[in-house]
Write a protein that binds this ligand. Structure first.
Ligand SMILES: Nc1ncnc2c1ncn2[C@@H]1O[C@H](COP(=O)(O)OP(=O)(O)OP(=O)(O)O)[C@@H](O)[C@H]1O
Ligand SMILES: [Mg+2]
Length: 397
């Protein structure tokens, strides 16, 4: 079919042609956003799911809804190995500058900007263009201790938003990369604005281990957030994700072709986009047939192996690769840590640091005590396909 009109969108954070199966999450987010605008208490949300399930797409969607409802929004992606405040301060500065155009909010915005300036100095941050052109406020958000300063800053921002009859929504992607003290500070800050009834909302997204990380950081995090699970799409939603974009372009796909795609992708959004994309380009006739879907499998798998899977695998050191390959030889997982140790002929304890390192890179996580699983769906199949020879399933190629 005409490649120019191909509706599918495989890619990190790419808006899908049909955002299937996320109605409940979107509805809940919209309710929270609207309640915040009315000054009513609303719960922040932490979207949790594996790689490629559509967390970033949802966060982008929520940000658009928040802006449309009258919120100011600040969105950031937590970087690996960089401090949160380096990204947060310019974003808050931007939001406050927008607020300062409101006459009613002038005084409170000025106060918030001063707190931001104190905060920035305490954490030794400077920026050229976005420098904050007010005097710092001594004694506010300037102790240099994130857990003490961030709540004071959030309160000032919340008060400024309230005085303009607006709300402030903060969105953070890849929450698992936040440092422990940053996550703790964030939780305390959200708790504080919540107690004060200020119109501040938070939407985070991250890998499943974030639930445990935030619980460890502050025990009351459990009550502070909703943790919507973002998973693979069920059969009917996955079928819609494939069928609807094709029909919207005035084309057709056979039902047995859809079934083949669902079997191969297990309903994972990233894989659905890749499969849909390849099927469309490869289809010769007027409709996409089972034959097209079978042919597309090869191209889709190749693209995923060279992109989605490879970029993740490339981040691992040789020793870490050995570990994940040993996991893959044991099946689809979750895996007992002790079984992985046995496969590597090492002790469970001696592998601890290596396991922790792979977890911190966001490749694996512990779904329950003593268990390990991949954060990338079907990663085991990729490893077997590419790094385990058929004759000896335990030795790397
Ligand atoms: N509900 C959905 N229906 C169909 N396709 C979707 C849906 N949500 C996301 N996608 C598609 O899935 C792919 C991955 O989305 P996204 O990058 O948001 O995932 P993610 O969970 O943020 O992944 P990662 O953890 O790797 O950052 C994109 O190509 C997107 O278009
Ligand atoms: Mg993402």
């Amino acid at each position: 079919m005409d490649a120019v009109r191909n509706p599918f969108a495989p890619g990190a954070g790419s808006r899908p042609p049909e955002l299937a199966g996320r109605e409940v999450i979107i509805e809940d987010a919209l309710t929270a956003i609207q309640r915040a605008m009315l000054g009513k208490a609303s719960r922040s949300q932490m979207l949790l799911g594996l790689r490629g399930v559509g967390k970033t797409v949802l966060l982008n969607n929520i940000e658009e809804m928040a802006e449309a409802a009258g919120h100011l929004s600040s969105s950031i992606e937590a970087p690996e190995g960089k401090a949160l405040c380096e990204l947060l301060v310019p974003k808050i500065n931007q939001a406050l500058r927008k607020l300062s155009t409101s006459e009613r909010a002038k005084a409170k915005t000025h106060q918030a900007l001063r707190a931001l300036r104190s905060f920035a100095s305490a954490f030794k941050l400077t920026y050229g263009d976005t420098s904050i052109s007010v005097d710092p406020e001594v004694g506010v958000a300037d102790s240099g201790d994130m857990v003490a300063d961030l709540p004071e800053l959030f309160v000032r921002v919340g008060e400024a938003a309230k005085s303009a009859d607006r709300a402030w929504t903060l969105l953070i992607d890849e929450v698992q990369y936040l440092r422990t003290e940053e996550l703790a500070a964030l939780i305390v800050a959200l708790h504080k604005v919540n107690q004060k009834g200020l119109p501040v909302l938070f939407f985070g997204a991250g890998l499943p281990q974030v639930a445990a990380l935030s619980g460890d950081a502050k025990s009351y995090a459990e009550r502070l957030f909703h943790y919507p699970a973002v998973g693979p799409l069920d059969e009917s939603d996955a079928a819609t994700a494939i069928r609807q974009p094709i029909q919207d372009e005035g084309e057709e796909i056979d039902e047995n072709a859809i079934r083949e795609i669902l079997t191969r992708t297990k309903g994972y959004p990233y894989f659905l986009q890749e499969w849909g994309y390849q099927c469309w380009n490869l289809a010769k006739g007027l409709r996409i047939t089972l034959d097209d879907a079978l042919t597309a499998a090869k191209a889709a798998t190749k693209r995923l192996d060279e992109g989605f899977f490879k970029v993740r695998f490339d981040r691992l050191t040789p020793k870490e690769r050995e570990y994940v390959i040993a996991m893959a030889t044991l099946g689809a997982g979750p895996y007992r840590s002790s079984d992985i140790a046995d496969a590597l002929r090492e002790t469970h304890q001696s592998l601890g640091p290596r396991r922790a390192q792979i977890i911190s890179k966001g490749m694996i996580y512990s779904p329950s005590h003593g268990d390990i699983a991949f954060t990338v769906p079907m990663f085991n199949e990729y490893l077997i396909r590419n790094y385990v020879s058929k004759s000896n399933q335990s030795s790397p190629r």
